[in-house]
Design a protein around this ligand. Structure first.
Ligand code: BTN
Length: 245
């Protein structure tokens, strides 16, 4: 496993993207940093992490024949890789909150930001950025509903051991993509999906509250929700959020 260790960098995703544009890197090359000065989250948010306490890293995955239309399967594979590793370490219940947040019970413990390098209709390379709260115990009040491995298990975790385990698990699940076993991947993802088949309150893009039940995720990664009148609607990330935890 080729691991590039940095003390500080703006963003490991940005660093890995620039590096792979300049030179050929081994598949599953990892860039890990003790601190990110401009850590990026989904939908233009920032990713905050206390220096030295957590895992903030990016992983390069090369593909030969991975169609853009299947890109959500990579989110599934990565989420399952992170979740499976965490599950092997402690007894807490972990869930995947669509599309790819990892929850410990109801609190976010890890976030995933995938950036793809595209050629035609194929994903040539993916930069998989993962922020996982490991040994940080206090979080600033502006960040709600977050936790860390230390907070849930009470134990200190060796970050390097954890990093290697996660990369191996992600490799395992990425293999399903390479073998085109998409159905199996989706089945495993749905088994771990937060609030699947449970009536829940949501907020739509016009800030309107509505009751619904997550019943599926479409092949293009949209959330499939059954509404009160038993019709189904598909939502993209910007169109829906949970009203409560
Ligand atoms: C999210 O939940 O919003 C996604 C967070 C992703 C954070 C990771 S930390 C390592 C990598 N580098 C970044 O700038 N972001 C990702």
């Amino acid at each position: 496993m080729y691991i590039i260790k940095l003390n500080a960098i703006e963003s490991t995703n940005g660093y890995l993207k620039e590096l792979t544009a300049k030179k050929k890197l081994e598949n599953f090359t990892v860039v890990v940093a003790e601190q990110q000065t401009k850590g990026r989250g989904q939908m233009g948010t920032v990713w905050l992490s206390e220096e030295g306490k957590n895992l903030t890293f990016s992983l390069l995955v090369n593909f030969d024949d991975f169609n853009i239309s299947n890109q959500f399967y990579l989110s599934m594979a990565v989420s399952l890789g992170v979740l499976t590793t965490l599950k092997s370490l402690t007894n807490t219940s972990f869930y995947i909150k669509w599309p790819n947040d990892i929850l410990a019970e109801k609190d976010k413990i890890a976030g995933i930001l995938i950036e793809n390098i595209i050629g035609g209709h194929l994903i040539k390379q993916s930069i998989i950025g993962i922020g996982l709260n490991v040994n940080q115990v206090a979080f600033c009040n502006t960040i709600k509903d977050v936790t860390s491995l230390k907070n849930i298990s009470g134990k200190f975790t060796d970050k390097e051991m954890l990093l290697k385990k996660i990369v191996l698990e992600i490799k395992h699940f990425v293999n399903y993509i390479n073998k085109r076993e998409f159905k199996q991947l989706k089945k495993m993802y749905l088994m771990r999906l937060f609030k699947l088949n449970m009536p829940s309150m949501f907020i739509d893009k016009d800030e309107k509250l509505f009751l619904g039940k997550i019943i599926d995720v479409s092949n293009d990664g949209k959330l499939v929700v059954e509404l009160e009148d038993e019709t189904t609607r598909k939502f993209s990330l910007k169109e829906i959020k949970f009203a409560s935890r």
